[in-house]
Write a protein of this length. Structure first.
Length: 56
């Protein structure tokens, strides 16, 4: 799986989210995409094993 700039930006902010508690809307605003794009990208990154799901 190849990651693009949007994926990298989301991953960077998710790493910061553990300390800053960003919402998908806030990440979307920072990355300049829609909240649904952030949700879809996170779901894809989880499905590909790049991210571990936070839902247990």
């Amino acid at each position: 799986m190849e990651l693009d700039g949007t994926d990298h930006a989301i991953l960077y902010l998710l790493q910061a989210e553990s300390r800053a508690d960003f919402t998908h809307d806030e990440i979307a605003e920072w990355v300049d995409v829609s909240s649904s794009t952030v949700s879809n990208r996170i779901r894809r990154l989880e499905d590909e094993g790049v991210l571990e799901s936070s839902i247990r």
